[in-house]
Ligand binder design. Structure first.
Ligand code: AMP
Length: 139
């Protein structure tokens, strides 16, 4: 079964497509958090960032990098929040990797990326060292 975003890629359902190349596509979010809220996706269907092959990840980032200033300029934004909901528990609803480019404006009432997490953990130095070592060992 293909995702709603694959249906956009295939031209089966309408979208306001603002950029397209061989492997990626960008279109306006149907329920924008701000004017210009844009989604960038790989055309091929991968559920999470973790599933995206290296070459597609590079293409995806290149398109995000290209589109951020284009979107900001188009809606005269002061800044952007650029983020992936990577997995259901992180709020991902559409199981097809997508990067949100959300234009931000002075006094827009929004918050920083720090506002998305729940209660902050209380970690001591040893715990932080262990976590860093675990991550580093598989990086
Ligand atoms: P997420 O919660 O990260 O999976 O976000 C999914 C996003 O896709 C939401 O912001 C929706 O508003 C957006 N969305 C869902 N269906 C469509 C659609 N057909 N066209 C454009 N955006 C969509």
């Amino acid at each position: 079964m293909s995702t709603i975003f694959s249906q956009i890629v295939a031209g089966e359902i309408p979208a306001r497509i603002v950029y397209e190349d061989e492997t990626t596509i960008a279109f306006l979010d149907a329920n924008p958090l701000a004017p210009g809220h844009t989604l960038v996706i790989p055309k091929d269907e991968y559920e999470r960032l973790n599933d995206v092959p290296d070459d597609v990840a590079a293409d995806l980032y290149e398109t995000v990098h290209h589109m951020v200033p284009v979107v900001e300029d188009a809606v005269d934004a002061d800044a952007t929040t650029v983020a992936f909901n990577n997995g259901e528990e992180a709020g991902q609803e559409v199981p097809h990797v997508h990067c949100h480019i959300v234009p931000r404006f002075e006094g827009d009432g929004g918050g920083p990326i720090h506002a998305v997490a729940g209660d902050r953990p209380d970690l001591d130095d040893d715990e932080l060292d262990d976590i860093a070592a675990d991550i580093e060992s598989s990086a």
